[in-house]
Design a protein around this ligand. Structure first.
Ligand SMILES: Nc1ncnc2c1ncn2[C@@H]1O[C@H](COP(=O)(O)OP(=O)(O)OP(=O)(O)O)[C@@H](O)[C@H]1O
Ligand SMILES: [Mg+2]
Length: 234
């Protein structure tokens, strides 16, 4: 579904990503783990067309999407839940969800259908629909950011450190939701520092350090790896 070939990304003279090649196949949950400043966010921003590629290619569903405009990439079905969530705090929870549906301009029936599914997954978003989004707790805001991305009906959902700063019970709920979404057919790509929970729900994983991929393999093998544990626990 997603194929990244020898991707190089610079910020000015600084090379943030150095020849990254990775794949996410249809139906998989794949996690890329890495410590602070490894380049995780840079990778997702590049895939979404927000940061420009120096060299290399990004293929999504067999089409070359390298350096395409961000809105065109979303419209092709690549959803992105950004680091820090970036919900719109002064508008309602419901309106935040509708922002996610905007790109589609699809029939009302489809939007209703998607809302129903998202409310099943995160009932709090229905309960608090009329509230300003900024009044939600951190975990609820993360659910909203995920719901907003799902309203775009992605084929592949990318998430940037979804567990960051959340209480354990929210982390459990969010990772359970990823499993449920994957069971329903969604392909998922997570970047995380928290390796235990994310690799526990993943099929495969990659390890990024200083802009380079240093390891890859089946998720259970990476969880067991001492090197990976030490890297991510600092
Ligand atoms: N806009 C920018 N301009 C210059 N350098 C940047 C910019 N954004 C990120 N960097 C640098 O690129 C490197 C990778 O940063 P990035 O945010 O992608 O890492 P990360 O793995 O997401 O880190 P974190 O775990 O802290 O979110 C870091 O050294 C960072 O300082
Ligand atoms: Mg980051």
């Amino acid at each position: 579904m997603l194929r990244i070939k020898k991707l190089i990304v610079h910020y000015g003279p600084f090379m943030a990503l150095n020849k990254i090649s990775l794949e996410v196949n249809v139906g998989e949950v794949v996690t890329l783990v890495g410590p602070n400043k490894a380049g995780k966010t840079t990778l997702l921003l590049t895939l979404s067309g927000i940061v420009e590629t120096t060299e290399g290619r990004v293929l999504f569903q067999d089409a070359d999407i390298t350096n395409l405009d961000p809105y065109k990439i979303v419209a092709r079905g690549l959803g992105h839940v950004p680091q820090g969530r970036h919900i719109f705090p002064t508008i309602s929870v419901f309106d935040n969800l509708m922002v996610g549906a905007y790109i589609r301009r699809k029939a009302k029936g489809e939007i209703e259908e998607d809302l129903t599914r998202i409310y099943e997954l995160f009932p709090v978003l229905k309960k608090r629909g009329k509230q300003r989004a900024g009044t939600l707790s951190g975990g609820e805001q993360q659910m909203l950011a995920i719901g907003r991305a799902l309203m775009g009906r992605p084929n592949l959902l990318m998430l940037d450190e979804p567990s960051s700063g959340l209480a354990p019970r929210y982390i459990d709920e969010i990772f359970a939701a990823f499993q449920e979404l994957n069971r329903r057919g969604l392909t998922i790509f997570i970047v995380e520092q928290e390796i235990q929970r994310s690799l526990a729900i993943s099929h495969r994983g990659y390890v990024l350090r200083n802009g380079r991929l240093i390891k890859k393999g089946p998720a259970p093998a990476l969880v067991e790896s001492r090197e990976v544990q030490e890297l991510c626990l600092g």
